[in-house]
Ligand binder design. Structure first.
Ligand code: PLZ
Length: 453
């Protein structure tokens, strides 16, 4: 694939460099303190697997803007279609007058989203909006109020989706009260949560218990990520999603599959729920859907999607024409299977470098994920206490060497990899070697004593 930037890591200054530091200082004078930043570096251009900053550093992108720029941040087909649309018009509002790109995006999703039933799609702009609208649709279709969500869930920052998100700091802190109709059930525990369920059966019994407590007939929806993203790249234990499917069917609850982070090819299949052979009644996409332009979708059973009264769904920017054109360009690139093959090749390359660390560095507790959605969890080898300090220091060491990795997890002790699916082999390997070196330096030598998080 042709790119506009050299696909090599290059350090021209310290990271962040002087120009970034200047711009960051200015930002602090003008931008709310409520936005955090992973790495205070200002980007000038980006393409393929590279982010080039204003100091001339070329950083390896293992973040993709949180799983968004899977086709690269300056994908030629995306640029071309968006530019052509820019010449025609930028906006009409689909609720005022119509345009075909909106319909075509819906048609592609109806065809490709899992589930052998007739589907309809609604388009919005952000992931949180897709989640909110799925709940609206499920309520309208069932006439029920409650929503079931799970431990370690992330569904957004809006008032309802924040209530659905599990992690207190930073997402929920000081922002309550929360709607009383959102209830949380257990998932089978990732490695270091002693006392929580370990198997699908145990977790599903916990789900049934929460439903029974409030009456299963009062639940409109259960919402689950097929791989939990912000919560720590937690792959569901085998049988858990299938069990949720059965419980949803038994009680007439709408199963909502939040594929916002894990979907659109990230895990080596178009949708992560395909790995479990489970289809949601409603499936949510956003992020990588439109190659960096804001677009999200709710796709699902026609009878649910059409249960809403006309005018009940919408939004000024919902399914913006530039974003729809970008999505159509992304869809074209899934046609030949290369992007999915890339995701699987990224997994192989990453596992080959990272898995040996498990034997070598005791605090590397687990390497998990699917395709190009892989994570490494740090915990004390004896107590399994989370080690967020090691994740933080490893990320900082990578950043200093020009590799952008993100930290996630309910305990902040997980390093996650979300490279663009178009990242070149050499660049990927270079980034992985930097990461492995950082882990050895930070967490390697003598088995560290437990440090309070
Ligand atoms: N559902 C599964 O991953 C967004 C959030 C980053 P929006 N995840 C990244 C942050 O700190 O805000 C996400 C997700 C899943 C929903 C969302 C929400 O998508 O487009 O950010 O609203």
């Amino acid at each position: 694939m042709t790119t506009t930037l050299p696909q090599t890591r290059h350090l021209a200054t310290a990271v962040p460099g002087p120009r970034s530091a200047e711009l960051h200082a200015r930002r602090q004078q003008e931008v709310t303190a409520g936005f955090g930043v992973t790495l205070p570096v200002f980007i000038d251009r980006a393409d393929g697997g590279i982010l080039q900053d204003v100091d001339g550093n070329r950083l390896i992108d293992f973040a993709s803007g949180i799983a968004v720029t899977s086709v690269g941040a300056a994908n030629p087909a995306v640029r071309e279609r968006v530019a052509a649309q820019l010449e025609r018009f930028t906006h009409t509002c689909f609720m005022v007058t119509e345009y075909s790109a909106f319909t075509e995006v819906c048609a592609w999703l109806n065809r490709h989203v899992p589930g052998g039933f007739e589907k309809r799609t609604a388009l919005f702009s952000t992931g949180a909006e897709a989640v909110e609208n799925a709940v609206k649709i499920a309520r309208a279709a069932t006439g029920r109020p409650r929503v079931l969500v799970f431990d370690d869930a992330y569904h957004g920052r809006s008032l309802l989706t924040m209530a659905m998100t599990a992690k207190e700091n930073p997402y929920r802190l000081n922002f309550g009260p929360f709607p009383a109709t959102v209830h949380r059930a257990p998932t089978a525990a990732p490695l270091n949560r002693g006392g929580t369920p370990r198997t699908a059966e145990e977790a599903l019994a916990g789900v049934e218990a929460v439903l029974a407590e409030h009456g299963p007939e009062s639940f409109a929806a259960m919402v689950i990520e097929p791989i939990q993203g912000e919560g720590g790249f937690i792959v569901p234990v085998p049988g858990f999603l299938a069990g949720l499917r059965r419980i949803a069917d038994r009680h007439g609850i709408v199963l909502v599959m939040d594929e916002i982070q894990a979907g659109m090819g990230r895990t080596g299949t178009l949708f992560a729920s395909e790995h479990e052979g489970v289809a949601g009644d409603l499936t949510l996409t956003a992020k990588a859907l439109a190659g960096g332009l804001p677009l999200s979708a709710v796709t699902g059973r026609a009878e649910l999607m059409d249960a809403v009264h006309a005018g009940g769904l919408g939004g000024t920017y919902a399914g913006n024409p530039l974003a729809c054109e970008a999505a159509l360009a992304v869809f074209d690139q899934f046609e030949d299977g290369t992007l999915l093959a890339n995701a699987r090749a990224i997994e192989q390359a990453a596992r080959a470098v990272l898995e040996p660390l498990q034997a070598e560095v005791p605090a590397v507790a687990e390497i998990r994920g699917r395709g190009a959605m892989l994570a490494l969890e740090f915990a004390d080898p004896q107590t399994l206490e989370p080690r967020p300090d090691l994740a933080r220091e490893t990320a900082a060491a990578c950043h200093a060497q020009g590799v952008l990795v993100l930290v996630c997890g309910t305990y902040g002790n997980v390093i996650r990899l979300l490279p663009p699916l178009v990242i070149g082999e050499d660049l990927l390997r270079d980034g992985l070697e930097v990461l492995a070196g950082a882990i050895r330096t930070v967490a390697g030598a003598p088995a560290a004593a437990t440090v309070a998080p």
